[in-house]
Design a binder for this molecule. Structure first.
Ligand code: FMN
Length: 344
């Protein structure tokens, strides 16, 4: 993975997000500059599994040719080896193992985050799967199941295996998606691991990207929800690191166009209006909060049932009056400045 690290800035990675970071979403992001590396949403691996076709499509039709790491989730070593061998016949840059999914149904099967309660099993998986992966082999982990106190022992375990990168989502499984991100744990990993460490959790704007890198010393940033909310984020971070100035400053009109692009790319042929409204709300739930007084934009979007109403709400909040004002995303809200000093 070291060969992929840029010289003067962190590697920028789009986090895997099931049902969201699929091929259509990658296509949308690629129009805004996109990340340096994509991770697929996870391939579910068990005794009878075959790699899901819709996830394979994102590998086969990769929109901009950037490296793709294929992520697997599971605990059956033979099945993981079989799947890793199969995936390596395709155009991927590496294989990743998920040690973080907190869904109770996954953890109960001792997969994803559930594996963090079984270090001896992780040990065997890393040994056996590493042995059959000739490409990059990476791990994405949380910092423990119940408590961050579990992380030092987990790190000792990871250090014993020749993995090519470790992504640390700075929360325990129990913490799910609570606001806390244990940056000290990520920093410990960056200090002790012989491979590059990528920091993950709540990077939503250039300032939080800077803070994360300064606090942890991570060589890369993996960004999930922040990239749905602000598809310009990867470009803005590149600009901040390479020129010291963020030139890309989206307006409300740009945000409205982004929503149109999501609509075009993600609408499946023959999909009924209602189904697609649900699909669009999946993205809008990350984009809309923070816009309008008391989250008015999202509050009005939530009850809509038709695409016509959905776009009418978008137009009302994003196109009527002051629509060329510049939007700046802070950690929690979009800030709207009334005029654009750059004259864009
Ligand atoms: C809807 C959703 C789906 C996710 N699916 C996956 C997944 O398939 N594999 C994975 O490793 N993590 C998955 N995650 C976790 C993210 O990759 C990431 O670790 C988490 O969202 C924290 O990063 P963020 O604050 O930048 O979003 C998912 C998260 C969300 C919100």
């Amino acid at each position: 993975m070291r060969d992929l690290l840029p010289e003067n800035r962190p590697l920028l990675i789009l986090a895997p997000m099931q049902d969201i970071t699929d091929l259509p979403f990658w296509r949308v992001l690629s129009r805004y500059g996109g990340p340096d590396v994509y991770y697929t949403e996870y391939f579910r691996v068990h005794r009878d599994s075959r790699p899901e076709k819709f996830i394979l499509r994102s590998i086969e039709e990769n929109p901009d040719g950037k490296p793709v790491i294929a992520q697997m989730i599971g605990q059956d070593i033979d099945a993981l080896r079989r799947t890793a061998l199969d995936l390596q016949k395709r155009r991927i840059a590496g294989i990743d193992i998920n040690l973080g999914c907190p869904a109770p149904i996954v953890c109960k099967k001792e997969a994803g985050g559930g594996l963090l309660r079984h270090p001896e099993k992780i040990d065997a998986i890393l040994r056996e799967v590493r042995a059959c992966v000739h490409l990059r082999f990476t791990v994405k982990t949380r910092i423990g199941f119940d408590s961050p106190d579990e992380f030092p022992a987990l790190l000792d375990l990871f250090r014993r295996h020749p993995i090519d990168a470790l992504t640390v989502h700075g929360r325990t499984v129990r913490e799910m998606y609570k606001p806390v991100v244990h940056e000290d744990a990520i920093a410990r990993a960056a200090r002790l691991m012989p491979c590059p460490v990528f920091a993950n959790g709540n990077v939503r704007c250039v300032e939080s990207a800077r803070r994360m890198v300064e606090a942890t010393g991570a060589r890369g940033l993996m960004i999930g929800r922040g990239a749905i909310r602000n598809p310009w984020l990867f470009t803005q971070i590149r600009e901040a690191w390479t020129t010291g100035e963020v030139r890309t400053r989206p307006t409300l009109v740009d945000l409205r166009e982004y929503i149109d692009r999501l609509d075009r790319e993600t609408r499946l042929p023959g999909m009924r209006d209602g189904g697609h409204v649900g699909n669009m709300k999946k993205y809008l739930g990350y984009i809309a909060p923070g816009i309008g007084e008391n989250d008015a934009f999202w509050a009005e979007l939530k009850p809509v049932l038709t695409l016509r109403d959905l776009f009418a709400v978008c137009d009302r909040h994003l196109l009527s009056g002051g629509s060329d004002s510049v939007l700046t995303l802070t950690d929690s809200i979009w800030v709207r400045t009334e005029s654009d000093p750059s004259g864009k």
